[in-house]
Design a protein around this ligand. Structure first.
Ligand code: RIB
Length: 299
């Protein structure tokens, strides 16, 4: 099994199903309510573990009921949780998610995730040893992400950044990224153009090794200095797209860590992400490897 380190958020998702999203100032009677583990970092760790990698997570939880439940879930997924610290006097991260007609809107209260520091990441330097890849998102402070990127590079791991939720990134951070995985909105925010080709070009010029843009039901687009292309998504019955991007990113990391070429890794990611849309919730909806392989064989 290839080792992948994930530096990132862990949240409890509070999910409300509703026929439509409320307008500002409106009270709406919704459908069923449920809680489920989530957070972009935790979802990506779980995707790596379910799809066949040795996943190691570095992050922070609060000293509360959600924190204890989330830690148990990550352990049950087979994730190495020795890099997760419990933070006194802070709540765990929480995300309020409205699911309407397969689409969603999310508000995150970061709680303990906001306290993950560069020092926390440095203190777990040993966890990066022999890692084939390291995955990052932007639900934890940028200083922790940049330090993780540096450590991963120095240990020879492939660095993958999913810039979600978007925030401006210094060139120094971008230059440490081997594979940049935005969605269409994040790509245009980062490159300051809505033209995909131009945005890819601009990012490759900053020193990013490759860019992979997720495009929902349209699959994903990718570009590196040698190749560019499009991988279409298989058609599936969409129940909830929450966490599909995280599943895609985890699957992409697993495939690249196993030594596959970018296009093949994107194809694996697109199929894993499509399956994640067929079930409710983020982390609980992540498929296992045999399901992804079966869908790939049928496509
Ligand atoms: O990408 C989906 C995730 O975003 C959810 O699990 C939620 O916790 C937010 O972080």
């Amino acid at each position: 099994m290839k080792k992948i380190v994930v530096v990132g958020s862990i949240n409890m998702d509070l999910i409300m199903e509703t026929p439509r999203l409320p307008a500002l100032g409106e009270t709406l009677l919704g459908g069923p309510f449920s809680t489920a583990p989530g957070g972009k970092g935790a979802n990506q760790s779980a995707a790596c573990a379910r799809l066949g990698a040795e996943a190691v997570h570095i992050g922070r939880l609060g000293d509360d009921l959600f924190g204890r439940q989330l830690l148990e879930v990550l352990k049950d997924e087979g994730i190495d949780t020795s890099g997760i610290a419990v933070t006194p006097d802070r709540s765990s991260g929480v995300a309020q998610i409205c699911v309407a007609g397969g689409d969603n809107s999310i508000i995150v209260a970061p709680g303990a995730n906001a306290l993950l520091s560069a020092r926390d990441v440095r203190d777990h330097r040993d966890l990066f040893r022999e890692a084939r890849a390291a995955l990052f998102q932007l639900e934890v402070p940028l200083e922790a992400v940049t330090e993780g990127l540096r450590l991963a590079r120095s240990e020879g791991a492939l660095t993958i950044l999913n810039p979600a939720p978007w925030r401006p990134l210094p060139d120094e951070t971008l230059a440490l990224v081997d594979v940049f995985v935005p969605n269409a909105i994040e790509l245009s925010q980062c490159a300051m153009t809505a033209n995909r080709e131009k945005a890819f070009e601009k990012l490759l010029e900053t020193g990013v090794g490759a860019v992979v843009m997720t495009a929902g039901s349209d699959g994903a687009y990718f570009a590196s200095s040698h190749r560019s292309g499009h991988v279409p998504a298989p058609s599936v019955n969409v129940v909830d797209s929450t966490g599909a991007g995280d599943t895609f990113t985890g699957a992409l990391a697993v495939s690249l860590a196993e030594g596959h070429q970018l296009q093949e890794a994107v194809r694996f990611g697109v199929h894993a992400g499509a399956l994640a849309c067929t079930r409710l919730g983020a982390l609980p909806a992540i498929p296992r490897r045999d399901e992804v392989e079966a869908l790939l064989a049928r496509s």
